[in-house]
Every structure is written in structure tokens, then in C-alpha cells.
Design a protein around this ligand. Structure first.
Ligand code: DON
Length: 305
């Protein structure tokens, strides 16, 4: 008998939606602060081709730091193992936008998901692509199946206006000879990759190859099996910044979050799950998305196959 994924999503959605709102919607820019805090969507894409949704799964939201997962994959494809000379793969235990370790560690970012590492990855893409923004949009469109992929110009502009900390990080990398491009160009590309809106359904689809040993369902290889394992390892140890230990304790899955309120989690060999709820916990990760993933992971673990 096949597992009743739809009823699982529906049950978890109803249960978590009914809980009180904890946390606060990201308010560092007006375009994000305006989002309705009660929005709540979930999507599950399976490697056998089936997919399931619940709630606001087809409403686009700002992917923010979830974009760092896809730029990491692009950089792995371009640079192979050499990429790891630009960025590490250790958890940071610090906030996503922290500068503190860079000072002590020769400007070498701990991992590709904190802002310092993500900027190093975008810098690497800018070095190889004539039109990096186009390349990122095309890659995301191909994986997500979204035909009209675009950048939310209001979010991108606000990110740029509030981007001094990210520019400071980029200059710090540059001061350590770890950043060969113009800071303004790379930070602009980074702000714009964060400002792409996608739905839970599209994000689950886009990350599905990570559950499928690196291959999209049409057989296209995105990453080698080894690179896929490495990406999942970095998600497991670094995907939720200084909240990752608690997340892995509760959910046990490799994942990546964004301040738009989305979290994408991978069930290796099974599928990918994206949950979206805008209010964030103190570490900038969606509180209800974590609760929903915890319930789903708990149920899946007790059901064989
Ligand atoms: O770099 C920033 O500040 C944002 N554009 C993205 C941050 C983010 O999503 C962190 N994740 N939870």
C-alpha cells in the first residue's frame, strides 16, 4: 500500500496552522515586512514523479537565502573540488550575517550558506559568467519548471539600500585577496538572486535532484553523486546557520532556509519538501516551517518505504 502523503501534509498543515504564531516576519525591508504572517504553504515532490501540496503552496515568496543552495550547486558544477579553496564546509555557530570569524580566520568563510560564504560563491560565478544574473535565472528556471522567472525589483532595490553589512563582508574578503571582482557588482548579483520569488511547489521541484542522487527526473545530471552527498552534508551541518543543531536534532534532514520564511528539506532517495511560513525565530529561520518539518519527519520515520 502506498503511503498517504496527501493526508499527512493536510494533517500537519492543519495542526501547525492552528498553533499560535511565534516569531516575527523579517522587517529589515518594507517589501518583506508587508507579507501576511498567516501565509502557510507546503509542497512535497517525490523522486517517483508524484507531488503533493497543502495551503499556500502555489503562492510565490522571496526565496532569499534559499538562493544560496542553487548558487552553490552552480559553482560546484563550474569549479568542482577547486571551489573548496574559496569557501569552507564547517558550521559557523554564528549568525548568517556575522563578520566575527572572518577576522580570526584569514578572511576564509566557514561555509557557503553564511553570507560571507555565499558572497564568495557569487563572486566565483561572476568570474565565470559574462551575464551571471541571467545564468542564475536560467538555472533556477530550468530546475523549478517556472517559465517566467524574474527578480522582484522592489525587494532587490531595498536589499541594495540596506546592504552595507554585506558590502562590508565582501570588502573584507577582498582585503584578504579572496574576491577578484568588483564588490558592487557581486553584491548586486547577490541581492538580486535573493529577490527571486518562487512558490513552495517550484522550490520542492527545483531541489528534487538532491534527493535523486544528483539527477533531475528527466535524467539530466545536475551534480555527480559525490557532489550531491557533499551538498547534502553542507545543508545538514550549515543550512540553518546557528540554529542548525537544534533543527537537525528535531527534524534530522539536510535543509536550507531563507528570511522570506521558506525552508527546503531533502529526504534522500525519497523526495524534497518545501515549507513556507513568514514569521521567523530568533535565528532568522521560519518557526512554523520547522514545526511542520518536525512533524512530517517524525511520521515518515515510522512508516517503512
Ligand atoms: O543577505 C541578506 O541579508 C538577505 N538578503 C538574505 C538573508 C537570509 O535569507 C538569511 N537566512 N535566513
Amino acid at each position: 500500500m502506498s503511503f498517504a502523503y496527501q493526508s499527512l501534509l493536510d494533517r500537519v498543515h492543519a495542526e501547525v496552522a492552528a498553533r499560535p504564531v511565534r516569531g516575527k516576519v523579517a522587517d529589515y525591508i518594507p517589501a518583506l515586512a508587508r507579507i501576511d504572517a498567516s501565509r502557510f504553504g507546503m509542497a512535497l515532490a517525490l523522486v517517483d514523479g508524484r507531488s503533493f501540496v497543502a495551503g499556500d503552496a502555489t503562492e510565490p515568496f522571496s526565496i532569499q537565502s534559499m538562493s544560496k543552495l542553487f548558487t552553490l550547486v552552480m559553482a560546484q558544477r563550474l569549479y568542482g573540488d577547486e571551489l573548496w579553496q574559496r569557501v569552507g564546509r564547517e558550521p559557523s555557530g554564528t549568525a548568517f550575517n556575522s563578520l566575527v570569524q572572518l577576522e580570526h580566520e584569514d578572511g576564509f568563510p566557514r561555509n557557503p550558506f553564511i553570507n560571507a560564504g555565499a558572497l564568495a560563491v557569487t563572486n566565483a560565478l561572476v568570474s565565470r559568467y559574462a551575464q551571471p544574473e541571467r545564468a542564475i535565472l536560467d538555472f533556477m528556471a530550468g530546475l523549478s519548471g517556472r517559465k517566467k522567472i524574474f527578480i522582484d525589483e522592489e525587494v532587490a532595490r531595498s536589499e541594495e539600500q540596506h546592504g552595507d553589512r554585506n558590502r562590508a563582508i565582501a570588502y573584507f574578503l577582498k582585503a584578504h585577496n579572496r574576491f577578484e571582482n568588483d564588490v558592487a557588482e557581486v553584491t548586486r548579483t547577490y541581492f538580486r538572486q535573493c529577490a527571486i520569488p518562487l512558490t513552495c511547489q517550484e522550490l520542492a521541484q527545483a531541489a528534487l535532484f538532491l534527493a535523486n542522487n544528483g539527477c533531475a527526473l528527466d535524467g539530466t545530471r545536475i551534480l555527480s553523486p559525490a557532489q550531491t552527498r557533499q551538498t547534502l552534508a553542507v545543508m545538514l551541518t550549515c543550512g540553518l546557520y546557528d540554529g542548525v543543531g537544534d533543527f537537525v536534532f528535531r527534524v534530522g534532514l539536510p535543509a536550507k532556509s531563507g528570511v522570506g520564511g521558506g525552508i527546503i528539506a531533502i529526504l534522500p532517495g525519497v523526495g524534497s519538501l518545501c515549507v513556507w511560513s513568514p514569521p521567523l525565530d530568533a535565528r532568522g529561520n521560519s518557526a512554523k516551517a520547522i514545526e511542520a518539518l518536525e512533524l512530517i519527519a517524525g511520521e515518515l520515520a515510522v512508516v517503512p518505504g
